[in-house]
Design a protein around this ligand. Sequence first.
Ligand code: PLP
Length: 366
Amino acid sequence: MASLADAGLKFTTLPHPAPASDETREAVLANPGFGTNFTDHMVVIEWTEGQGWHNATMGPREPIALDPAAAVLHYAQEIFEGLKAYKQADGSIALFRPKANAARFNRSAERLAMPTLPENLFVEAVERLVQIDRAWIPDAEGASLYLRPFMIATEAFLGVRPAKSYKFIVIASPAGNYFKSGAPAVSIWVSEYTRAAPGGTGAAKCGGNYAASLVPQGEAIDRGHDQVVFLDAAEHKWIEELGGMNLYFAFEDGTLLTPALTGTILAGITRDSLLTLAREEGLNVVEGRYSLEQWREDAASGKLVETFACGTAAVVTPVGKVSGRDVEFTIGSGGPGQLTQKLKNRLVAIQRGEAEDTHGWVHKIG
Ligand SMILES: Cc1ncc(COP(=O)(O)O)c(C=O)c1O
């Protein structure tokens, strides 16, 4: 894998004329919320056909100039990632499995006919941003610095073909604890809409997937639910995932099932980490198919004891209630279950450096 040096790239650091004052930053960090506040800097790396990746800069976070004909604005050639930097128990800072994000970014790039980025360059860009903006990592328990690497097609051309120029950018946003203590389990709405079809872009992290999920997510909210769950496109029968999280189902016999990666759901890094941790717990972990009808039956009979959603933003979230056009059921007691809590605790302890990292997942950056 090419390193920064192999790629022939040297970062230029541009001066920042007006970084946030200590008071401003501390006010943000006291109540960071999620996705609304941003750090001082950003990374930009450019790609053009023939030249490849070049012009890597670390500079002030600022608006980007785009030609109104830029391909991203018309044909949605855009992909992104989401990962977090955590303060560790020993005071250092670490990313969680950033190489997995880099690999997924490249899989998304390939699906969207965009150039891939050397994995080490992706990781170094993120590391550099965390280092320069380390004062923006909140201290509170459960808080982190959310990193958003993304790529857009910048070529000014009104024709449907892959663009010949791109920008890779990384921005960062301090994030509070997604879990309010004592929060009940989430309630989810089974959508009539489809998120992804076989052969489509469901396994890619491209903006278009999320644009298409806004109406179904809005429907869920309007009906008083927190999240939307999507079924498969072909039979409208098999459970796929939520708008931004993967799902797990826990059974009384010690089986833990998650929908298999068939190409229509996103290969979550949290999902993958939990596969490993659950196997270590001695559970019979299965990647397979699970229908809405079976889910309802198993919840009613007590065979299904817990359901939880997982992803970088909310880590592990219990699902308490499921509603749809023809169904309505409660899982277990409707509140957080024991296994959900146990797996969440194990994962968070590793991410925070409070438990031994036996899998090489914690990527320290000093
Ligand atoms: C559609 C979708 N599924 C699942 C996930 C969970 O993935 P991860 O655990 O890598 O955050 C995300 C979030 O990135 C997502 O957007």
